[in-house]
Ligand binder design. Structure first.
Ligand code: PGA
Length: 257
């Protein structure tokens, strides 16, 4: 973290978990466990059908609500899809774009990610853009090149002004849901390289201010060590965000003075 220059953002990614009726009990418990966040922004990204309940339940708390995907088109004949304006109309503020599960199971590419980033920014949403390498790619030693390409393509055509609303989440695929976390040094190395790519495109000031999260088996035990790294400005948390006590402990780790 580097609170002098940029926001720390702790975001939960519920994936395809939690019923709409489970949202309020979760929110009530989280609000009791974390009465106020001093230093970090907190976000809950939830399935589309949970979003109305989440916006309502977190309205009186400083917790932003995010979607887990959106369609890149403004509106029209796209059966089963959800547009950016539908999300903002509900009061949703964030959207995860290009999560590795969407790339793996739903054919999303760096180019579709780029289109979605533009759509989200145009609508006033804050995109959380996910990048990350597979185990095979890491073992071949091409992690930094691959991540640089993902970041450059995802941000292609995004203005420096709009970059202020973009969050990047570095999520090594081999660490997601596996209980295998990248070491703090491994995670920081890639987050720092991502900041370098942003510096090359946008200059030092923008690079210094962009929030770069780590994601992949982040939990209440390893959060403090990961967040102590200079280039890790928060987390995108799957499994541990489903349990109020665990998610609260991660928020508290980011709130340490
Ligand atoms: P995990 O998921 O914390 O369960 O590993 C992280 C993510 O996929 O965003």
């Amino acid at each position: 973290m580097n609170r002098k220059y940029r926001k720390t953002v702790i975001a939960g990614n519920w994936k395809m978990n939690k019923l709409p009726s489970e949202v309020k009990p979760f929110a009530d418990e989280l609000k009791t466990l974390v009465p106020k966040q001093k230093w970090c922004d907190v976000v809950i990204c939830a399935p589309f059908v949970d979003l109305p309940a989440a916006v309502k339940a977190f309205r009186d708390a400083k917790v932003g609500v995010g979607a887990e995907n959106l369609n890149e088109n403004e509106k029209g004949a796209f059966t089963g899809e959800v547009s950016a304006n539908m999300l903002t109309d509900l009061g949703v503020k964030y959207v995860i774009i290009g999560h590795s599960e969407r790339r793996q199971y739903y054919g999303e590419t760096d180019f579709s990610v780029n289109a979605k980033v533009h759509t989200a920014l145009e609508a006033g949403l804050n995109p959380i853009v996910c990048v990350g390498e597979s185990l095979e790619q890491r073992e071949k030693g091409i992690t930094l090149e691959l991540i640089a390409l993902q970041v450059k393509t995802a941000l292609s055509g995004v203005s420096a002004d709009k970059m202020r609303r973009v969050i990047i989440a570095y999520e090594p695929i081999w660490a997601i849901g596996t209980g295998k976390t990248a070491t703090a040094e491994q995670a920081n190395e890639v987050c720092s390289a991502i900041r370098g790519v942003i510096r090359d495109i946008y200059g030092a000031r923008v690079a210094r201010s962009v929030t770069i999260q780590y994601g992949g088996s982040m939990n209440e035990k390893n959060a403090a060590e990961l967040l102590a790294q200079p280039d890790i400005d928060g987390g995108l948390i799957g499994g541990a965000s489903l349990v109020p006590e665990k998610f609260a402990a991660i928020i508290n780790a980011a709130n340490q003075d």
